[in-house]
Structures are given as structure tokens and as C-alpha cells.
Design a protein around this ligand. Structure first.
Ligand code: SF4
Length: 247
């Protein structure tokens, strides 16, 4: 399973300020997947460090007003070709960047204000049919005993049924299509941050990034791993793989 990931999230010092934005959740994810490295601004040949850029009126400008639209388009095109050749499941890109932001970017005033929008590269990926997520999506998908995943299943829950309260997953078994809404309400009342169900034989997740992982891991023939009794030591990918065995 290949995922395109922003180099700065992986700790590579390629940002405009010469730094990186390493994200522990993304670094953990990167250990379990084949990473396709991307940095469209580096691919454009822009120097490190470089002045910050923001989008305005469909173009990209440095803080001093220099128009760098063509360079951003060139780097994004190079990275897009790389990603398409690699055949990725999806992309995890740096939130709010003028190249990589997904759904929200800085407004072009260089004041920190945000507007709905897409980074130049993220928009190209989306137009090519590749789902784009940010590090914030990966963080919100993490299994967490404080906000566990709720598994709404039509069975007795199998070996998940006996998990202790500190497990990052809780099972609500014997859910039918008729009792589905009530089961979702129970999961919300217990503070579950993510719910996953296979009610009516249709595996689905409330978290889009977990849904993408479920698609990528479906049919993965890996053997069953030895597992911790409470699953708390499981990575995101390992836990999705475990859940798919149940669904
Ligand atoms: S946000 Fe995107 S373009 Fe900017 S440094 Fe990170 S990977 Fe490169």
C-alpha cells in the first residue's frame, strides 16, 4: 500500500523557513506503508530557505509580491507525475500550505488568515482522483483509549468482545440495520471518536482516512500477528488490519 506523504511531515528540512514539521502520527504511519515522498516546492527547484508564499486570486505570490505561480505549477506537475507513476492509495499532505493544503489555505494577506481552498499540488491530485488528507486527518484517526473507536458489528464481536476498558477499541455487538442509529448514539455517548461498522455487510467508517486505509488493506493476505491483549500497542495500520479481520 503506497501513500504519498509531504516530506516536511517526515522531518525533511524543506520548508520555506529551512525547517521541517515532523508529525509523530505521520512518522508512525510511514513505518507501515510504502512512502512516496513529495515536496512540490523542492521539485520546482525553489531554494531552502525561501520567502513564504500564499495564494491570492488563483495565483501564488511571495510576501514581497513576486508572482511564483509558474514555479508552483511546474513543481506540482512533476510531483503529480511521480505520484501517478507510483500508483498511490491516497496522499497525506501538510495542512494549509499554498502547495499542499487541503480544504483550507492562507488567504494571501500574509497575516495568518485562512480561507477555504486547496494548495496547488493538492488540487492537482484531487483533480486526478487521488484522495488528499492532511496530518490532522491522520492524528484524528489514531486509536486512543480516551476516545476509542467504536466497532458496530452484526456479530458477537469475536475476540474483540472481551477487550478491557482501556483498549482503544470498544465493540457494540449484535447491531442490526434497525438498531444502527441507537448504536451510533451509544457510541457517541461513550466518547467514541471514530465508529466503524459492518451492519448489513457493508464495512464503513466515520473517519475518511480510516475508510481509505480499509480500502487499501482489503484483501491484504498478511498472516495474523501476535497481538497485545488490549491492542493499545497497535499502530493505526495494524489496528485497521485487525478490524478488517472481524468485519
Ligand atoms: S508543505 Fe508541501 S511544499 Fe511545503 S515544504 Fe511541505 S511538502 Fe514541501
Amino acid at each position: 500500500m503506497r501513500i504519498a506523504i509531504s516530506d516536511c511531515l517526515l522531518g525533511k528540512p524543506v520548508r520555506y523557513d529551512g525547517g521541517a514539521k515532523p508529525c509523530p502520527a505521520v512518522l508512525s504511519l510511514a513505518e507501515d506503508v510504502e512512502v512516496v515522498h513529495v515536496c512540490p516546492e523542492a521539485a520546482a527547484g525553489l531554494p531552502v530557505p525561501r520567502p513564504p508564499a500564499e495564494q491570492r486570486d488563483g495565483r501564488v505570490f511571495l510576501a514581497d509580491g513576486t508572482d511564483v505561480t509558474e514555479a508552483f505549477a511546474y513543481g506540482s506537475g512533476r510531483c503529480l507525475a511521480h505520484v501517478l507513476a507510483a500508483g498511490v492509495l491516497c496522499a497525506v499532505l501538510k495542512a494549509r500550505s499554498p502547495s499542499c493544503g487541503a480544504g483550507e489555505i492562507y488567504d494571501g494577506s500574509h497575516t495568518g488568515a485562512l480561507v477555504p481552498g486547496w494548495g496547488v499540488f493538492a488540487a492537482r491530485l484531487r483533480a486526478a482522483g487521488i484522495a488528499v488528507f492532511t496530518e490532522e486527518d491522520v492524528i484524528s484517526a489514531q486509536p486512543d483509549p480516551e476516545r476509542p473507536w467504536a466497532l458496530l458489528v452484526g456479530s458477537d464481536g469475536g475476540r474483540f468482545a472481551a477487550l478491557p476498558p482501556e483498549a482503544p477499541v470498544m465493540v457494540i455487538p449484535q447491531v442490526s440495520p434497525r438498531s444502527f442509529a441507537a448504536a451510533c448514539a451509544r457510541a457517541q455517548a461513550r466518547g467514541c471518536g471514530v465508529w466503524i461498522s459492518n451492519v448489513a455487510g457493508c464495512p464503513r467508517s466515520s473517519n475518511p482516512f480510516i475508510s481509505a486505509l480499509m480500502r487499501g488493506l482489503a484483501g491484504d493476505p498478511r498472516p495474523e500477528p501476535a497481538r497485545a491483549e488490549d491492542l493499545s500497542g497497535y499502530s493505526l495500520v495494524a489496528l485497521v488490519r485487525e478490524v478488517l479481520r472481524l468485519l
